[in-house]
Design a binder for this molecule. Structure first.
Ligand code: SAH
Length: 444
């Protein structure tokens, strides 16, 4: 977007560092668009920027530590360059954390909770560096617009449900993102239309529990309805949604996914653990058998549906037998993709009161065993595609390898060579090599 020359605020350079989930990526993209609308210019390194933003994740200790290191470094830079603005956003900043953080990191100018990019921009514009600007100048620079597709991306993330109200025992997200609420359908659909107009071909509708969409809206408005509405938007070729919770994966939703061409047969539905005892302690609200039934039902409607799950290994009190239940379930259900996390105690969660009694070595051992199993299952499933033709939505040209990269509706990564400009196109590719996590083929 070209900023209105009348409104041009003296150019500043910005850098946004992002870690964590797709929701954070969506927020960072949106914030970048807002900065661009104000006439700011992106710079590749945070330490050189006039405005450095860290968009943080605290779901486990590791990403939090990374952000703290990054922030501490920036504190050092600011000592030498006091005019610099440092903003901390994302899940490090919850309602209750702001004060404590301000004490711990006095050099931070702005603390912003997840998804509050408008607030972040407004606060920055009140900073000393912008004091000389007239109100009119600021008002003219309308930055409250949908994200702009500057990178010429093919796929985009669109948050639809914000926050989370479940109290999974281990999870800090509800404490940081607040209770769940649905974005209004018009807002979501306007954003999807704007993205389509800018060349986006695939949208991923996001929520901590995305299948709860609409619970707080009018009767009849739910995720199934939204998927059908998004499917009506011209230019959008594919739709995905994540993350689903087993408790809300109902018949209507499964049928809609099965019957709506643009909606990919791809479902991210974490089971977290195989053992009923652990599931209960996690407060997930379902048993192993109930999870199995949901997967069966999905596969009844879509026999080849691709299922992705998250698993936590080494939750407090998890025994070898409990872990084997996770292994057995993974093997039996032949899940397509796993995100495995080693349990990490998080502040103010229920499980943080339990003793973290699975040793780091045991956690690592379980992670490796599960990872090996998944690699094996994936290699077998991929091998079934050898010689088959798959439809690939092309996302990127990899200069170094001189090949195109894209995904099948089932979200399998595919590489192929072609002299044609395939970016953003649906291309039929015949698979002639398969590995556990990617496929290589040639244009069919
Ligand atoms: N809302 C989604 C995803 C939440 S966060 C859901 O309910 O499933 C993404 C993943 O991080 C979770 O699915 C879980 O596997 C992992 N995770 C969350 N808290 C964790 C913790 N304290 N330790 C380790 N992994 C955790």
């Amino acid at each position: 977007m070209i900023p209105n020359p009348e409104s041009r605020i003296p150019p500043k350079t910005y850098h946004i560092w992002t870690i964590g989930c797709q929701m954070n990526e969506a927020d960072s993209r949106h914030l970048a668009s807002q900065f661009e609308a104000l006439g700011f210019v992106e710079t590749p390194r945070a330490i050189d920027a006039d405005i450095a933003v860290l968009n943080t994740c605290v779901v486990r200790q590791q990403p939090e530590d990374k952000a703290v290191r990054k922030l501490t470094d920036l504190g050092g830079v600011k000592n030498k360059r006091p005019g610099m603005i440092i903003a901390l956003m994302g899940c490090m900043v919850g309602k209750r954390e702001a004060e404590e953080l301000a004490e711990r990191f006095p050099f931070v100018d702005v603390f912003t909770a997840p998804s509050q990019t408008d607030v972040l921009v407004e606060t920055i514009l009140q900073h000393d560096a912008y004091k000389h600007l007239s109100k009119a100048q600021v008002e003219l620079a309308d930055y409250r617009l949908p994200a702009v597709n500057r990178e010429k991306a093919v796929t985009a993330f669109v948050p639809v449900t914000l926050g989370c109200s479940h109290v999974c025992s281990y999870c800090v997200i509800p404490h940081r993102r607040g209770p769940d609420r649905s974005r209004l359908p018009d807002e979501v659909l306007d954003e999807v239309r704007a993205l389509a107009a800018q060349g986006i071909k695939e949208v991923n509708l996001l929520g901590q529990i995305v299948d709860r969409y609409g619970f707080d809206l009018e009767e009849g408005i739910n995720l199934a309805w939204l998927l059908k509405e998004v499917a009506k938007v011209d230019g959008i070729l594919r739709i995905r949604f994540l993350t689903s919770h087993p408790a809300y994966m109902d018949e209507e939703l499964i049928q809609t996914v099965a019957e709506t061409d643009k909606v990919c047969p791809y479902i991210e539905i974490p089971f977290q653990a195989g053992s009923d005892r652990i599931l209960e302690s996690m407060r997930r609200g379902y048993t192993q058998q109930e999870y199995r039934d949901i997967i069966s039902n999905i596969r009844k409607h879509m026999p080849d549906a691709s299922i992705t799950t998250d698993v936590i290994v080494g939750y407090p009190t998890e025994t070898e037998e409990d872990f084997m239940e996770t292994m057995k379930l993974a093997e039996e259900l032949r899940i397509d993709m796993f995100h495995i996390a080693k349990y990490s105690p998080r502040p103010r969660t229920l499980s943080a009161k339990m003793k973290d009694d699975v040793t780091p070595d045991e956690k690592e051992d379980r992670r490796i065993r599960l990872d090996e199993l998944i690699t094996k299952i994936n290699a077998e499933k991929s091998a079934e595609l050898l010689g088959e033709t798959v439809e690939v939505l092309v996302e990127e040209f990899q200069e170094k390898k001189n090949r195109w990269r894209g995904r099948t509706p089932h979200n399998k990564l595919v590489f192929f060579e072609s002299d044609a400009d395939c970016l953003g196109q649906l291309v039929n590719v015949k698979i002639n090599w398969t590995g556990p996590f990617s496929l290589i083929g040639s244009v069919a």
